[in-house]
Ligand binder design. Structure first.
Ligand code: SF4
Ligand code: SF4
Length: 387
């Protein structure tokens, strides 16, 4: 069975309303996706309170296009997410995110509901290959249906974040470091994500790849004009196409590697039917993958090594004292309590410092730093196996 992914060109956000209509019309009857009266939870990527131009979060115009689609189908819109690792899932942090990411204004203008319910519940998932119980934010569980509105970005730990990784946002922010602590190996973390999309399957995933992120994403990379909007009922299928766009081989994508191990499809481009373009024309030119990527079987190697050797083969996070503002976001995100804020009387009055003996290379500090003060450096062994 071929899994369908729909794709349209969209050169910029000025044209996104029009191009989203084209995308949805290609997908057929709206009744397949929204039924009148349904409460539809729309889950964007709200990693942190960042301006839309930084390409860290789903662009508000894409979110607006999806909300309008849901309304046309007779659904009631609720926008919800729990921001990244270490950010408390509370009203204050949600308000900050909605406002800075441009979502508050579009919601207010169109009378779309923004979530402020900060409860979460334990959900049993006995079918899970690794995780049998998840903590999930309550609005996701209370909704009739979930729409996953993700962004195409690189990711220093998982190499790519798209439809599958975006679903990690349904876990409350302060619970996220615990998953990193327990699942240090990329393969185990990927397996957890696969369990999560099976536990809480989105009915539809829509990807904002108009401007994505290249380099050391998901927050410290560089915005990249890609020029596509994509949609699929299957988040794995959507990520396979995102990988084709970015030039990330399926064997270097931990999620697809694990899906293959578990016998879950789709896990390779041959199993996907791309509608709207040919595979040969979608590759984004000069797309820069993360520095942490060990190509050509490196992923397999690192996944088999003991944690001691993993640190020899992977990039090491370092904090630049001259840039650090001692905000503590990295400390709150660190699952191993490896980060301390140092207060000194000298030139760098306060800064964060990493205890590398405790570090497990999850890169949550890099992901959550608002100042890009966490740099990733690699030694000789790393360079032998990279690029
Ligand atoms: S490294 Fe970044 S996140 Fe950590 S304290 Fe400094 S500025 Fe904040
Ligand atoms: S210091 Fe190490 S363990 Fe802590 S968040 Fe950074 S990469 Fe992860």
């Amino acid at each position: 069975m071929a899994y369908k992914v729909f794709i349209v060109k969209c050169p910029d956000y000025e044209h996104s309303d029009e191009m989203m209509k084209v995308l949805f019309s290609m997908m057929g009857d709206i009744k397949q996706f929204v039924h009148p009266g349904e409460k539809v939870l729309i889950k964007p990527n709200l990693l942190s309170a960042a301006d839309p131009e930084k390409a860290v979060t789903t662009h508000p115009r894409i979110l607006a296009g999806v909300c309008k689609f849901v309304e046309q189908g007779g659904g009631a819109v609720l926008i919800a997410d729990s921001p990244g690792s270490g950010i408390p899932y509370n009203r204050k942090s949600l308000e900050k995110c909605y406002e800075r990411c441009g979502i508050y204004d579009i919601a207010l203008k169109n009378s779309w509901e923004l979530n402020y319910n900060t409860e979460y519940k334990q959900v049993s998932f006995q079918e899970g290959s690794l995780i049998k119980q998840f903590e999930i934010i309550a609005p996701v569980l209370d909704a009739d249906v979930l729409f996953n509105v993700c962004k195409l970005k690189t990711h220093v730990f998982m190499h790519l974040t798209g439809a599958v990784k975006n679903m990690f946002g349904v876990i409350p922010g302060l619970k996220k470091p615990g998953y990193h602590s327990k699942l240090r190996n990329k393969g185990y973390f990927a397996r957890m994500l696969i369990d999560l999309i099976r536990c809480i399957p989105p009915r539809l995933s829509i990807m904002d790849a108009v401007v994505g992120m290249e380099g050391n994403g998901p927050s410290g990379g560089t915005p990249k004009n890609i020029g596509y909007l994509l949609a699929s009922e299957n988040p794995l299928a959507l990520d396979i196409i995102a990988g084709e766009i970015a030039g990330l081989s399926p064997k270097d994508n931990p999620v697809l590697t694990e899906a293959r191990r578990l016998g879950i499809t789709p896990n390779s481009p041959e199993q996907v039917e791309l509608i709207g373009a040919d595979f040969s024309e979608i590759r984004c030119r000069d797309f820069k993958l993360p520095d942490t990527l060990l190509k050509g079987g490196g992923l397999k190697l690192v996944d088999r090594l003991s944690p001691l050797f993993v640190n020899v083969f992977t990039r090491k996070p370092h904090i630049r004292k001259d840039i650090c503002i001692a905000c503590g976001a990295c400390k709150r995100a660190c699952p191993e309590s490896a980060i301390t804020i140092i207060n000194s009387a000298g030139e760098d009055a306060a800064y964060a410092e990493i205890n590398h003996k405790k570090c497990i290379r999850c890169y949550c500090c890099h992901e959550m730093c608002p100042e890009n003060a966490v740099q990733l450096t690699g030694g000789l062994l790393y360079r032998m196996f990279s690029g």
